[in-house]
Design a protein around this ligand. Sequence first.
Ligand SMILES: Cc1ncc(COP(=O)(O)O)c(C=O)c1O
Length: 404
Amino acid sequence: MHDIDPHAWWQRSDLGYQSNKLYFAGQSVQNLAYQFGTPSFVYSSARVEANLQRIRKALNKAGLEGRSSIFYAMKANRFAPLLRFIQQTELCGIDACSPNEIKHALSCGFSPSDISFTATSLSKKDYAELIRYDGMSVNMDTLHAIRTWGELKPGSEIGIRINPAIGISRSCNDRLQYAGCNTTKFGIYQEQFEQALELAAQYNLTVRKIHFHTGCGYLTSELEQLDRVFQECIKFVDAAPDVQLINIGGGLGVPHLSSDEKLDLDQWSKVLHKHFAHRNLHVEVEPGDYICKDAGLLLLSKTYVEQKRDTLYVGVDAGFNIAPEPAYYGLPFQPVPLVKNNSPLTKMTVVGNINEALDVWYENALLPNLDNHDYLALINAGAYSSSMSSNHCMRGEFSEFLLA
Ligand SMILES: Cc1ncc(COP(=O)(O)O)c(C=O)c1O
């Protein structure tokens, strides 16, 4: 049983304090930091599996049992032990977005028929690789892609990524939106869709799938918008007579702030039920964030605590380059002490070790006195962190561990 702490909104059965020590996936986080060193990412395989199971249950509840599939978007986290674990659950395939991702997925036990491929701006070299994989499903996002594929593989089946000109994202964050008022590079718009179908027919390509991914991080408060997105996207299905599958992309989010209401999958499944249960369609979903984000912690060492003007800074031994989401997308990773004491909470700004103004992990976090703390953990570091890391300032080193 966890201690009750109103500030620890992120606590759950596998992440929280027991006797004032932080536990994650059944292990003392202090011990993990001490044994593994920092900076280290630790991932909970049990949490990943539970997240996948929850989506599977919601799809079934939407009336889609036996006619729905999950593809894990491996761009979120491609750590090989994690991918091998996910493969062994047999709960999902892979959403890949580059030829190297395909090869990596295959090396982790997936087969081409487990993979749904959706990419952008492919080169001739990319296409030459893609046509080697029989059984892999490929989605075309431009007229150019349809033409090129048609020349290389006439008579085959394809999916078309569409752009419904309406998008979704966490709190309307436009950096997370792939479709909407602003024109984006993603997918074929309504006004070019007829031409896309004609082009496919010219090469004897059968359009079997409509694919869309219109944005990331949506929570319960965005589900009405999801309903509107589906309403627009289904129009493309109705205009393409050979379509048997619809891929609704990823985008399911997890809370980053105490004020975020977590995604209610019962309500999500109702939206799916409304649009797809009565149709003769196989429904695919390809989440990344939802599967891995809250299954990962980033363990860091404290380097200093110092007051500068009106701000109390806490320095740590890694910066935004190894987990860019807070800096790039404004998605804060809540810092969490590994040991709880009862000192009053004070506002502190947690910063990294990179010489860039945007290297701020979290502004004004409410934290206890950290005098006797060697480490901090950042939550929500399981997706779009290590996979997006860089060696900026030659500070790109970190370790990764999958916890059983
Ligand atoms: C085509 C496509 N599918 C799925 C995803 C996964 O999105 P998320 O991690 O938000 O679920 C992305 C992310 O950018 C994407 O571009």
